[in-house]
Design a protein around this ligand. Structure first.
Ligand SMILES: [Zn+2]
Length: 211
């Protein structure tokens, strides 16, 4: 180890949250999965929009109301285009909108699976610092220590030891940050000087997933 590295990890969750809804097919509460499809109903100058979900067991549909009797002239052209074209980015933002989902369901399954895209922001000679900036595009239920363990190929106990020895710092510093879910805008700084496997950690920070 003879240089310092700054990287950005962009974390894109793979599986959208699944609210538990009473399924009329199964006759009980079941998790529902987004179909990624919008249903629209125009009524004069008003528009209703739903996002269609399906029971994971029997495919029965649940229409999640996005809005009802919305004046079409109040919708921006990009929103109208997104609705009419089933725009996957627009729909994805709704699928991960937990605040709104919680108003529809008491229980929501969240997932930790994600794609991590790694890019080098800068490298300089000297020091042995590894800086990781996190960009978390949508909320996901993934603990910071699990992400770091998986992406750096080190154990969670090792990470804890580094943290206890002030060789791993998290900004902003929050109580128990390692066990909390990953947060957009966080920065992790690891001092790898004196770590015999520093080079492999350094390499893992910029390479593809190793699990
Ligand atoms: Zn069902």
């Amino acid at each position: 180890m003879c240089n310092s590295l700054k990287v950005r990890w962009t974390i894109n969750p793979r599986t959208a949250p699944q609210p538990w809804i009473v399924c009329s097919g199964c006759g009980c509460l079941k998790p529902f999965k987004s179909s990624g499809k919008i249903r629209l109903n125009a009524n004069g100058k008003k528009l209703d929009a739903w996002l269609i979900y399906k029971c994971v067991d029997c495919d029965k549909t649940w229409n999640r109301t996005l809005f009802e009797r919305q004046a079409i002239r109040d919708l921006t052209p990009p929103t109208l285009d997104a609705l009419q074209g089933n725009d996957p980015h627009w729909i994805r933002a709704r699928e991960f909108d937990l605040d709104t989902l919680r108003r529809k369901s008491q229980c929501i399954d969240e997932f930790a699976d994600a794609d991590v895209q790694k890019e080098v922001l800068g490298e300089r000679d000297g020091g042995s610092l590894l800086e990781i900036d996190l960009a978390v595009t949508l909320p996901l239920s993934l603990r910071l220590d699990r992400l770091l363990a998986s992406e750096l190929s080190v154990s969670r106990s090792r990470l804890q030891a580094l943290s206890d020895g002030a060789k791993l710092l998290i900004h902003p510093d929050r109580a128990d940050a390692m066990r909390r879910r990953v947060k957009d805008g966080s920065r992790i700084v690891v001092d790898l000087s004196g770590e015999t496997d520093g080079h492999s950690i350094w390499k893992a920070a910029v390479s593809g997933r190793t699990d």
